[in-house]
Design a protein around this ligand. Structure first.
Ligand code: URP
Ligand code: ZN
Ligand code: ZN
Length: 460
């Protein structure tokens, strides 16, 4: 099968031009102006933006967490992602403490294989680093194409590792030419504040926010960046929310260390005032929590200064009845919120249209940088001959309203209910196939492919 996309405004991380894209099978075969080739299907993209499929390197699908599972599985989650222009996701496997990495790998693969609709890869979260798990890392990199290893500096008793394990893991991963990514918050300090709030009977969602002040994230980010610099292991901070954490990266860059940073769409657009509204605030209980307006300003600047390379989602959805598990105690509210479907449209509407970032930066942080940092470039993350034909045709003038009544994520509320957005993913191609067209999904579960990733050199 061949497809010719004609007259689109092609946008990459560096260029904008009007042109045609010729696709044969799963990949792009040529790009040019007024291409005269015979194609099975011709798509007129006049007036549309044409950019590489977005990559979300931070999602949690069907993840066992806080006594329940995140509510999108691989089918519903990757379908919702495709509706929103995200053609590839990277999900987190969580090792169970006391068990092997491969046990967790088998469980996650079993849930994903044959069910995903969009393409997917895995990071491995190492929650118990020791000699045995160290050896497994070699096979995960070489055989399974898992080249990034996540650590949690919080969630003690379930996921958190200590600094001794962190330095050991970095040492190992560096030798395998992988990357260590981190949930960088000071878990002990947060646990102290949670206990104090509970003892004082302060149990509303607001106290989730007040138990994780900015310093808990800034301190852990400094510590992580410093240890990464010492070991020489490429490092990446996930879901950065605040000025203090950004300054930790800035300081380390001044010492000629490179630590990559990711923020998420919610930290750019939403703020902590949402926690003041009684239990309704549970919709936005996530870790780290939403912050202040001054942090949003810092994050937008961090993107433009090149200190933040990626805008992801940390999609970890729960239904309202799951959030109610914490009705009488904020510390039992499952942490996470739904976003996989709306990241691209929100970043365009709020970021590009409002002049906060250029359209090229938009492509860079949503697609090209995640592909490069996580070892998928040039197969993914660009529009170039030989690359997978993962392409979004985007109508920049289409107005619509976000609502749980119309979204495709398996949650019964939206963190952005009623938001008016300008710009919509009209047609989405994944590996040369039209998967979304005019609000219809045209592929079934099982279409999504597991993507083995290359070794990560820590270079953009
Ligand atoms: O609240 C969040 N972020 N839930 C998912 C787990 C994590 O910490 O990323
Ligand atoms: Zn996290
Ligand atoms: Zn996460």
């Amino acid at each position: 099968m061949s497809i010719l996309i004609k007259n689109g405004n092609i946008i990459t991380a560096s260029d904008n031009y009007v042109g045609d894209i010729f696709i044969e099978g799963e990949t792009i075969s040529s790009i040019g102006q007024n291409l005269s080739v015979a194609a099975d299907t011709v798509i007129d993209a006049s007036g549309l933006l044409v950019f590489p499929g977005a990559i979300d390197p931070h999602v949690h699908l069907q993840m066992p967490f806080m006594g329940t599972f995140s509510s999108d599985n691989y089918e519903t989650g990757t379908r919702a992602a495709l509706y929103g222009g995200t053609t590839t996701v990277i999900d987190f496997i969580l090792q169970s403490q006391g068990h092997s990495l491969y046990q967790a790998y088998d469980a996650w693969s079993g849930r994903a294989n044959g069910n995903a609709i969009g393409d997917y890869g895995f990071h491995m979260a190492v929650t118990d680093f020791n000699e045995a798990t160290g050896k497994e890392i070699i096979d995960l990199v070489e055989k399974e194409g898992i080249t990034s290893f996540k650590i949690f500096m919080a969630y003690k008793g379930a996921l958190m590792i200590d600094d001794k394990q962190m330095v050991g893991l970095m040492d190992e991963v560096k030798q395998r030419r992988g990357m260590v990514t981190v949930h960088a918050t000071n878990g002990d300090m947060i646990d102290f504040l949670i206990a104090r709030h509970r003892a004082e009977g302060k149990l509303a969602p607001l106290y989730h926010y007040l138990s994780q002040p900015e310093i808990t994230e800034a301190e852990a980010s400094e510590r992580f960046a410093g240890i990464a610099g010492y070991t020489g292991c490429p490092g990446y901070i996930v879901h950065m929310t605040c000025e203090g954490a950004l300054n930790a990266v800035r300081n380390n860059n001044r010492n000629n260390q490179k630590v990559f940073a990711e923020t998420c769409i919610q930290y750019l657009l939403l703020d902590a005032s949402l926690y003041e509204n009684n239990f309704e605030g549970a919709k936005w209980v996530m870790s780290p929590p939403l912050r202040e307006k001054k942090d949003q300003a810092a994050l937008w600047s961090g993107i433009n200064q090149g200190l933040i390379q990626v805008v992801a989602t940390d999609h970890c959805p729960f239904k309202w009845e799951q959030k109610l598990m914490g009705k009488g105690d904020f510390s039992k509210i499952p942490n996470g919120h739904p976003a996989i479907e709306h990241r691209v449209e929100l970043l365009y509407s709020e970021g590009v249209r409002k002049g906060k970032i250029t359209v090229n930066k938009f492509v860079e942080v949503l697609s090209t940088n995640p592909a490069k940092i996580f070892g998928m470039h040039p197969r993914k993350g660009c529009i170039a001959p030989g690359s997978d034909a993962d392409i979004v045709l985007f109508d920049p003038n289409h107005h619509h309203t976000i609502s749980a009544a119309t979204h495709h994520m398996n949650t019964d509320y939206s963190g952005y209910e009623g938001w008016q957005v300008t710009g919509k993913c009209k047609t989405v191609l994944l590996r040369g196939k039209v998967v979304i067209d005019d609000n219809k999904c045209l592929v079934e579960k099982g279409y999504g492919k597991y993507i083995k990733r290359n070794k990560v050199m820590g270079i953009l």
